[in-house]
Design a protein around this ligand. Sequence first.
Ligand SMILES: [Cu+2]
Length: 154
Amino acid sequence: MPLTGGTSFTSTLMMRDADDDGVPNVPPNPEIPIVDFEKEGLFNHDEPLFDDMFAGSFEEWAILNRSNSDHPFHIHVNPFLLTHINGKPLPVPEWRDTILVPAATGGNGNINDANFGSVTLRTWFDPRFTGSTVMHCHILTHEDVGMIQRLDIK
Ligand SMILES: [Cu+2]
């Protein structure tokens, strides 16, 4: 389902930084971000995002918005410490379970020339809670068309 003037919901990506290979798709399409990340298939509610999320561990995630709409990111179970918005550090990091990931800006109609919106957060998987949970866009019409991702914490 295309966003207005943008890309499909399912190509709004989230990834660990180490997964960002940055190899372009072929052929390039000005309405679809150039991506070839390990986690290109994000927003799969049937499969876990990563196979190696372990209770008791800390992780830092950058969540990139490669679309022309804001998307409120919401995660269940473990809140996170929000440290950056669009790469700018917050004066004081905030504990959240929801944060608006800003839309990409600029690009003159070519999403690949846009500056992607982003938030950076640190999370700790509380060892009291293992099993499956989800993160999703809190615009429920987006969630309902697929912006929801299963997480398995072992
Ligand atoms: Cu959304």
